[in-house]
Ligand binder design. Structure first.
Ligand SMILES: Cc1ncc(COP(=O)(O)O)c(C=O)c1O
Length: 373
């Protein structure tokens, strides 16, 4: 029996050719510039900057917004640790809000009651590449003078009402980690959607210096201008990424095809009330990042995960909600009970999905799940 991995990296074929053509090892060479230009064109955004991870891009936003100790940042508890860590590093306090039952995204109806005099920003996380209800979130942010940082780690190439995720808030962050759709091993990007932040973002990314200006020969010598760090990737990473970005449309199309196959194959289990399939609201064009199913309860999920393992199929349960984690309890806050977060996180199971997956694998996974259920 051949084992089925949960993810497997996909190469477009040009990655190592481009790497061999890199003329520098450090960052911000011609491949980085090409990635910036391609992303700006592809996502229709005014400025994109490569970072060494989505985590780094999130950390940059905390510096850009000058997050101070005690500042509160509204975010879901059902997310990856980096969403919260980026702000905690600056003394910020993640204010965890519950998620929607349908998309598992930040529940926009619960945001206003979480706003206090200390609230500085809202971080919608586009889970599984399905957009949060951005119109409402942006309206709330405008009314209360808050910043919006889209954690679009999983949302590259996905859209909300025809606009690419990551381009709707003040800032958007992408991940190119090798578990994502478009990859460079480790990697990420910051999208800056207001020109006023362009210069400061470049400075923060280059150790707090105006080195980017000196590279463009706008100044003779660069100096320390602001607090910053080293957030840029090497040219080797950028070269690899360029090959991936060039194929972003075909990669997304393939993932969507596999996603649709899972979705169709599970329709009868949902009709029989045995599982729940993902829900994509109108106006959201997702990117096939993830296929998951929701089981009726936690024990059923663990039972299925273990049974799939015995059949050589890797599936994944995530996330442990941040508000229940040791660090979340220490650094974050929340009100009442995050009922949807607790229930959905215990019942979700992610299934194998990768570009080079033979379609017969989908049927093997579906058949195994049907047999168990
Ligand atoms: C929602 C979310 N935010 C942030 C990250 C961090 O991304 P990276 O590994 O590129 O730092 C991830 C990675 O899985 C994620 O899923």
């Amino acid at each position: 029996m051949i084992s089925i991995p949960f993810v497997k990296i996909h190469l477009t074929g040009k990655e190592y050719d481009y790497i061999s053509k890199a003329t520098t090892l450090h960052g911000d060479g011609t491949f980085t510039q090409q990635c910036h230009a391609l992303m700006q064109k592809l996502f229709n955004c005014q400025k994109a900057l490569l970072t060494h991870s989505c985590t780094a891009a999130l950390e940059m936003t905390a510096l850009l917004l000058d997050i101070q100790p005690g500042d509160e940042i509204i975010m879901p508890s059902y997310t990856f640790v980096s969403t919260a860590n980026a702000f905690v590093l600056r003394g910020g306090v993640p204010h965890f809000v519950d998620i929607r039952n349908d998309t598992l995204n930040l529940d926009e109806t619960k945001i206003e009651s979480a706003i206090t005099a200390k609230t500085k920003a809202i971080v919608p996380v586009h889970y599984a590449g399905v957009a949060c209800e951005m119109d409402t979130i942006l309206q709330i942010a405008k009314k209360h003078h808050l910043y919006v940082i889209e954690d679009a780690a999983q949302g590259v190439m996905a859209k909300y009402k025809n606009q690419f995720l990551g381009t709707l808030g003040h800032f958007g962050t992408y991940s190119f980690h090798d578990t994502k759709n478009i990859i460079s091993g480790e990697g990420g990007a910051l999208l800056i959607n207001h020109e006023t932040y362009n210069e400061l973002a470049e400075i923060i990314r280059e150790k707090g210096t105006d080195r980017s200006h000196s590279r463009r020969q706008q100044i003779d010598q660069y100096t320390w201008q602001h607090v910053g760090s080293s957030f840029l990737p090497s040219e080797l990473i950028a070269a690899f990424l360029l090959a991936q970005l060039e194929q972003a449309e075909s990669i997304t199309a393939r993932r969507l095809k596999l996603w649709d196959m899972y979705h169709a194959a599970f329709a009868d289990l949902e009709t029989a009330d045995l599982i729940r399939r993902p829900i994509i609201p109108e106006g959201c064009e997702h990117n096939g990042h993830m296929y998951y199913i929701l089981l009726p309860h936690a024990e059923k999920r663990m039972q299925l995960l273990n049974m799939l393992k015995t059949r050589g199929i890797s599936s994944v349960a995530h996330y442990v909600p941040l508000h229940n984690s040791p660090a979340g309890k220490k650094y974050g806050k929340f009100q009442g009970i995050l009922a949807e977060t607790e229930s959905l996180s215990e019942r979700l199971l992610r299934l194998p999905l990768f570009v080079d997956m033979d379609e017969s694998i989908i049927f093997r996974v579906v058949d195994a799940i049907k047999a168990v259920i």
